[in-house]
Design a protein around this ligand. Structure first.
Ligand code: GDP
Length: 459
């Protein structure tokens, strides 16, 4: 565990987004935070005020009033960084914030580095590393699901799982190390059968977490949803209807959507990444042939396929043939019977018994609400995507888990080969090292710099 290293210097940064706004907040943290603000504040004596109080007054540069402000006091250790923190809420003008920042710098504060407030919070034991990283994810979250995952991680859900794994391994490592002290006597404190059991338990848990990473990416980047179908089925029209704007070019000449168009839409709090493909039709036209090849490529990336067909000119047999020719990946798909407005009741009846069919008219937007509803159901039916499961979204965590898993496999192999306690203990310690990197029990300056420089200034 890193010892508490209370900083000697006081940092300052704009905590709100830059630009004009009703209010802007400048945050200071460190031992001089209160005295620096007091030096330019006309109002109550801040040093004599209790923590968690608000104070109205003016900030002055000599005799010139820069702004009327409200100062919030958070005294150490009851603050985000566990140091004295002062937040100055001023009017949201870039000129005012610049003047105030300059003044605080003149009075002895230093401009904070990216992520430095959160880094101090971590170093002072406010939360562990995975939780600190979740602060950045939370700020970046832009859908209900990414928000849910980041919130769970920030509140320590993921860390608890990792720490529980570590605690069990530490127990075994110390048992084995105890054996080494009694090596003359040939005793086994660490029950090898129990250790095997623990290792397979850990491997199962870690495999689950590793697999969740793929899902984590889907949540972060959107559910890759491929829109496929023959030329003129209405793919571009559907994409436009889903996006509610004219991004894809709609044309009446079959095969004109030659390239792959990608766009994102938030439906019911879930991000979908729609991929519109060129017409799926074997053709001699080389440009379009490339398009067909790309479609097959895109289908491999899909988590969900929307297969569109023209209800007014397709028979069930033709549809089955199209699907058979597609080499569809093993992912959920919906059959979208488009151009319902042009179809006869008999044509509609022909398809109504079929599974996974949604009837719609992308052109008139009839049935779009049903489609959105069905899309959301597809995601919610996939338990892995929702529910209470822990989802790994951070590449660094993924890599550490992978290294832990590889090392656990070595411990397992060591047990199979009757490796001596000292070697087993060394391998277990390596597992502990990799697990410890996730929550920050084990850190290096490089690792910390790497993480916190990705934050923006003021966080
Ligand atoms: P793509 O080749 O699959 O991308 O098909 P497009 O989206 O370019 O549509 C082909 C033609 O069908 C265009 O003239 C669209 O206006 C028309 N279209 C698309 N959806 C509908 C629909 O629901 N009803 C009708 N009547 N026409 C549609």
């Amino acid at each position: 565990m890193i010892p508490s290293l209370l900083s000697k210097d006081t940092i300052v940064a704009l905590a709100t987004a830059s630009g004009h706004g009703a209010i802007a907040i400048i945050r200071l943290s460190g031992p001089q935070a209160i005295s620096i603000v007091q030096g330019v504040f006309k109002g109550k004596n801040l040093q004599q005020q209790p923590s968690h109080t608000l104070h109205f007054g003016t900030i002055r540069d000599e005799e010139r009033i820069l702004d009327e402000v409200v100062v919030s006091l958070f005294k150490a250790p009851a603050s985000y960084t566990k140091e004295d923190v002062v937040e100055v809420s001023c009017h949201g003008s870039p000129y005012i914030t610049e003047q105030l920042l300059k003044l605080f710098l003149q009075k002895g504060a230093r401009l904070a580095e990216p992520g430095e407030f959160t880094k101090r919070a971590f170093l002072n034991g406010q939360f562990d590393l995975a939780q600190a990283e979740a602060v950045a994810d939370l700020i970046a979250s832009d859908s209900a699901l990414t928000h849910q995952v980041a919130m769970k991680q920030m509140r320590g859900g993921f860390s608890q799982e990792i720490k529980a794994l570590r605690a069990q391994l530490i127990h075994f490592a110390s048992m084995i190390e105890l054996e080494l002290d009694f090596s003359e006597e040939d005793v086994e404190f660490a029950d090898r059968t129990a250790l095997r059991k623990l290792i397979s338990q850990l491997q199962r848990l870690i495999t689950d977490l590793l697999q969740s990473f793929e899902m984590g990416n889907v949540l972060k980047n959107g559910v890759p949803t491929v829109i496929a179908g023959k030329p003129n089925a209405g793919k571009s029209t559907l994409l436009n209807a889903l996006l509610n704007e004219e991004k894809a070019i709609v044309s009446e000449i079959p095969g004109t959507t030659r390239d792959v168009i990608e766009d994102e839409a938030l439906l019911g709090g879930i991000r979908f990444r729609f991929i519109d493909t060129a017409g799926l039709r074997e053709t001699l036209d080389t440009v379009e042939a490339i398009g067909v090849a790309r479609t097959k490529e895109q289908l491999k990336k899909a988590a969900l396929v929307l297969y569109l067909f023209d209800l007014s000119s397709t028979t069930p047999t033709q549809l089955q043939e199209e699907l058979a020719a597609l080499e569809m990946p093993q992912v959920p798909y919906l059959l979208l019977a488009n151009k319902k407005d042009l179809a006869t009741p008999a044509q509609i009846r022909e398809f109504s018994g079929m599974e996974n069919v949604v009837f719609l008219s992308a052109g008139t937007k009839e049935g779009m609400e049903d489609l959105k509803h069905t899309l959301l159901e597809q995601v919610h039916d996939n338990e892995a995507m929702t529910g209470d499961r822990t989802i790994v979204t951070n590449l660094r965590h993924y890599q550490s888990l992978q290294q832990t898993s590889d090392t656990l496999a070595e411990v397992q192999q060591g047990l199979d080969n009757g490796l001596t306690g000292d070697w087993l203990a060394a391998d277990i310690r390596r597992c502990l090292f990799f697990l410890g990197q996730i929550t920050g029990e084990i850190t290096t300056d490089d690792l910390l710099d790497n993480i916190f420089t990705k934050f923006c200034i003021g966080k």
